[in-house]
Design a protein around this ligand. Structure first.
Ligand code: ZN
Length: 165
């Protein structure tokens, strides 16, 4: 191939909308913690949660009866609960801070200090639970455990199915 032809091929590829659509997928990252160790551990948790969401997000959305919205994976952002006003309110009310967001919101708050050293699968499922809220799942007071157990059971079922293959 002559350099001229190679250049032409490169220009064609750049102009091809299908080629342009193949952009690297966005990595999820944890923001707002001043502790680099927590940030590192949480980023690892987010990597696993992202994989799990890509695999099971649609199936779980169906399970909850909400529309699957793939834009969530591209738009969601994770922040530490540290210094957040809502976290303080939750701490006063419940004595602890869990992960939280608002239905439809792309901002998810995670208590990095509490979660960073917890079991990988547990944290991943917890993050997926929050992502269901980002896709619009509502939660009445006291329903959180029920939602979490639906997520956990779904993941357990899928894992068994995978092992059987
Ligand atoms: Zn919830």
């Amino acid at each position: 191939m002559t350099p001229g032809a190679g250049m032409f091929a490169a220009l064609m590829a750049a102009a091809d909308p299908a080629a342009a659509a193949v952009k690297p997928e966005r990595v999820w990252d944890f923001r707002g913690s001043k502790d680099p160790e927590i940030t590192g551990l949480m980023n690892a948790h987010l990597g696993r949660a992202r994989q799990s969401f890509k695999e099971h997000g649609q199936g779980l959305a169906e399970e909850f009866g909400i529309p699957y919205d793939p834009t969530v994976a591209e738009q969601v952002q994770f922040y530490d609960t540290a210094g957040d006003i809502t976290a303080e309110r939750l701490r006063r009310r419940n004595g602890f801070v869990s992960a939280y967001t608002t239905p439809g919101s792309r901002a998810i708050r995670l208590p990095g200090r509490n979660l960073s050293n917890m079991d990988d699968e547990m944290v991943s499922n917890l993050i997926v639970h929050e992502l269901m809220h980002s896709m619009g799942l509502k939660e009445d007071r006291g329903q959180s455990d029920k939602i979490q157990s639906i997520v956990n059971n779904y993941m357990k079922r899928k894992k068994k199915e995978r092992e059987r293959k």
